[in-house]
Ligand binder design. Structure first.
Ligand code: UD1
Length: 342
């Protein structure tokens, strides 16, 4: 299951005074942490199997999540949208997570404020409260994944109509919207240039299965290409992998698409390419390090430009220790391919 969908869908279960059963949940530390946070807030969590969980939020309280847990996971910012949406008040520590440099949440805050919340930040904690949220027209300055999902979650029960313009369009945005709709929300246009949400009075419990993780699948695809393998990667949505497939094909690998599977084959050293990370459907920033590594083993000179997180090239110094020939200037990596790493 997709990690970036799971980390939004699990907290979203808190929006309902009922029970959600969620399947295809990845068994990863972020998920375990979020379940611990939800449990601490009074949710009753039942693990049905390694990848399925039942979350009963009938007795959930509007408690402040433990700071030591919140600081360990970026996606804890979803607690703000969810608590605001269900209880009208959220008090959450500033989120932690991977260090890619400055990761502001001003677009989340702008969205909450435009829905009528008063947001203050004090001693590293965000306090957002509203007597009642009201639908509004919100224009995001940049297509932020977190802000788009957070606003969708807060707005589902806000009376009136909310429109999010310039939203992120990643597959996990669509997945979270589908989950919310399965709970009775009225969200249209997720995955397009405008998301329209008509506030509903309340949501109900539901059963949902999370989409496959495009980044995990893409990582296997590039690993196959880097090691000159021939592998079928099953249980994927090939459409979500198009940016990766296109680059692999461009550098000489073969990619064959099936309904829910891709086959990647590479029997020779691949060639160079230029790659620029972009919001979906562009090349994902979360695949940038894997792509740089593959290009470092390919023939010729490649340029990889990171446009989403300015300091997301820090790992390059470690690759260099293994023999990669990469120079970093600002947000660009200039790669001269080598035959192999040591
Ligand atoms: C999410 C993903 C992460 C992925 C990233 C970009 C989750 C939990 N994490 O992170 O894996 O790398 O999308 O696809 O889903 N920005 C602002 N103000 C804001 C919010 C964001 O300026 O309020 C900027 C960021 O600094 C960044 C860009 O917008 O340059 C995209 O960030 P965003 O899409 O919000 O990333 P995350 O939600 O943190």
């Amino acid at each position: 299951g997709a990690k970036n969908a799971a980390v939004a869908i699990l907290p979203a279960a808190l929006l309902v005074n009922g029970t959600c059963r969620i399947e295809n949940v990845p068994d990863i530390s972020d998920v375990r942490l979020l379940l611990e946070i939800l449990s601490d807030m009074g949710a009753n969590i039942r693990r049905l199997s390694r990848n399925a969980v039942e979350i009963d939020c009938r007795h959930a309280r509007n408690a402040t999540a433990p700071i030591e847990l919140v600081r360990r996971i970026r996606a804890s910012y979803y607690l703000i949208g969810v608590q605001l949406g269900r209880f009208g008040h959220a008090h959450v520590a500033m989120p932690g997570g991977c260090n890619f440099g400055v990761r502001p949440i001003d677009q989340h805050i702008k969205g909450f404020e435009q829905l009528g919340a008063k947001v203050t930040i004090h001693h590293g904690k965000i306090d957002a409260r509203a007597e009642e949220l009201t639908g509004n027209h919100i224009y995001l300055d940049c297509p932020s994944v977190g802000a788009t999902i957070n606003i969708m979650m807060a707005a589902c029960m806000a009376p009136g109509k909310t429109i999010i313009e310039n939203p992120a369009k990643e597959p996990h945005i669509v997945d979270v919207a589908s989950f919310l709709n399965s709970m009775g929300a009225n969200i249209k246009g997720a995955g397009t240039d405008a998301i329209r949400i008509r506030g509903v009075e309340k949501l109900h419990g539901s059963e949902y299965s999370i989409i496959p993780d495009q980044i995990e699948a893409g990582t296997y695809m590039l690993a196959v290409a880097a090691t000159r393998g021939d592998v079928y990667i099953k249980n994927v949505i090939p459409k979500h992998l198009e940016a990766i497939t296109a680059k692999l094909t461009e550098i000489g690998a073969e990619v064959e698409e099936f309904d829910d599977c891709v086959r990647v084959k590479a029997d020779k050293r691949l060639s160079y390419a230029n790659v620029k990370t972009m919001p979906y459907p562009g090349f994902p920033t979360d695949m940038q390090p894997q792509m740089t590594t593959l290009l470092a083993l390919s023939e010729g000179t490649s340029i990889v430009t990171e446009t989403i997180f300015e300091t997301r090239l820090k790992y390059v110094s470690e690759l260099r220790r293994m023999g990669a020939n990469i120079a970093v200037e600002g947000n660009a990596a200039f790669i001269t391919g080598v035959e192999g790493f040591t």
